[in-house]
Each structure stands twice: as structure tokens, then as C-alpha cells.
Write a protein that binds this ligand. Structure first.
Ligand SMILES: CC(C)(COP(=O)(O)OP(=O)(O)OC[C@H]1O[C@@H](n2cnc3c(N)ncnc32)[C@H](O)[C@@H]1OP(=O)(O)O)[C@@H](O)C(=O)NCCC(=O)NCCS
Length: 195
């Protein structure tokens, strides 16, 4: 049975391996460099600020979804980028949809008011999983970047978290965290690993 839980650093090898399948497949992201387990561990350690969930089937990690910073500007502190990757052997069984819904719930609990991503137009599984988790397609960036020399469009998706639009709790929380942790910058938007 598939279950979701917050990632721990012990999951880093599996998280990186699943990420690297997606990178190697060339259908998910402009990134071409494989990620190391230490990259994944750093991201998992930042989970208090930007949660990362794993889907497990018994002891095996079969997928992950995580948040990462959208922009460094304070006005965007309540927006996160979302990434989702499922082991090739576990795709098409609803894991991606559950992970996306789970990470939206985690974003809501963490005070974010919006999560965003970018998806290749040809990535029908990702677009369908996003739709199922309540994302809307905002539009298309044309020829946004090159992958293996070829210019590709990306579809922008967003999921508003209406419950967090009230008093913008993320502003105060994020400013306080930054003020107390000046030497531990979060991973950057470049780590987001959306398209
Ligand atoms: C995209 C991805 C996360 C989706 O996860 P998944 O577990 O395979 O997807 P699910 O089984 O939850 O299915 C989600 C939806 O996609 C549809 N779908 C699944 N595989 C599909 C495929 N190959 N082609 C078209 N639609 C597909 C499902 O029918 C479902 O749609 P529905 O809600 O209308 O029924 C997964 O395929 C993956 O890891 N791909 C490589 C990495 C990647 O592309 N990440 C996203 C980067 S933006």
C-alpha cells in the first residue's frame, strides 16, 4: 500500500535516484546534470521551511514531491515551486496525483498561499496530475529554454491556497526565519527541478 510521509535524510539516495530517472528521460525538466544524494539531503534538511514528501510502498521509496523557493524577493515569500517525480516502475498508478495533493496540503500547513510549476506541453501525465490536484494552467512560455539544443515551451501551472490569503502568515514567519538564520540560505529556484 502506498503511503506518504515527510522525507528524512535516509531517503536521500532514493530521492536522487528517482530525480535522475526524470532528468535522464528528458521529458520532465531542462536540467541535464544528475543530482547527488547530498543534493537531495540538503533539500530534505530544508524541509522545515520547504517540505519534501516521499511516497513509500513498504520500505521502498517510489516517488517524491517537494517545495522550493520561488523568488528571493520578500513579497513572494508565500509562493513555492513544486516538483514531483515518481519511480518509472511505479508510474501510472496514482502515486503522482497523491504526492501532488499531499504537497499542496503541506504547503497549506506551512502557510504558503500559492504553489507554481512549469511543465513541458508534452508531459501529459504531469499536466493531468496537476489538474487532478487543483492546479490551473495559466499559459505558455514560448521557447523558454533549450534542452539538448532544442528550444522548448513550458506550460505554467498554479494552485492557489485560498485559506492562506487572509493575513499572509508566511510573511512574518519567513522574515523571522531569515533574520535568525543568515548563514543558511535556502536552496535556490534553480534546484526546483520543475521544467
Ligand atoms: C508526471 C508524474 C509525476 C505523474 O505521476 P504518475 O504516478 O505517473 O501519475 P498518476 O498515475 O498519478 O496519474 C496522473 C494523471 O496522469 C494520467 N497519466 C498517467 N500517465 C500518463 C501518460 N503516460 N500519458 C498521459 N496521461 C497519463 C493519469 O491517467 C492521471 O490522469 P487522471 O487524473 O485524469 O486519471 C510521473 O509520470 C513522473 O515522475 N514522470 C517523470 C518526471 C516528471 O515528468 N515530473 C514532473 C515534472 S513537471
Amino acid at each position: 500500500m502506498i503511503e506518504l510521509r515527510p522525507a528524512t535524510v535516509d531517503d536521500a539516495i532514493a530521492v536522487a535516484a528517482i530525480h535522475n530517472q526524470g532528468i535522464a528521460g528528458r521529458g520532465a525538466t531542462f536540467d541535464t546534470e544528475p543530482r547527488s544524494a547530498s543534493d537531495a539531503a540538503a533539500r530534505i534538511r530544508d524541509g522545515g521551511s520547504h517540505p519534501l514528501l516521499v511516497a513509500v510502498d513498504g520500505p521502498a521509496v517510489v516517488g517524491w514531491a517537494g517545495l522550493s523557493p520561488y523568488r528571493a524577493r520578500a513579497c513572494y515569500a508565500g509562493i513555492a515551486e513544486v516538483s514531483v517525480y515518481v519511480d518509472a516502475a511505479a508510474r501510472g498508478r496514482g502515486v503522482g496525483k497523491r504526492l501532488l495533493q499531499g504537497v499542496v496540503d503541506a504547503a497549506a500547513a506551512a502557510g504558503f498561499w500559492k504553489v507554481v510549476s512549469r511543465v513541458f506541453p508534452s508531459n501529459h501525465a504531469s499536466r493531468a496530475a496537476c489538474r487532478a490536484a487543483g492546479f490551473r494552467e495559466v499559459g505558455t512560455y514560448e521557447k523558454h529554454a533549450r534542452l539538448d539544443g532544442q528550444w522548448l515551451d513550458v506550460v505554467i501551472v498554479e494552485r492557489l491556497i485560498a485559506d492562506n490569503l487572509g493575513d499572509a502568515p508566511r510573511d512574518a514567519a519567513t522574515h523571522a526565519a531569515r533574520a535568525t538564520q543568515p548563514h543558511t540560505p535556502p536552496h535556490t529556484a534553480a534546484d526546483a527541478a520543475t521544467a
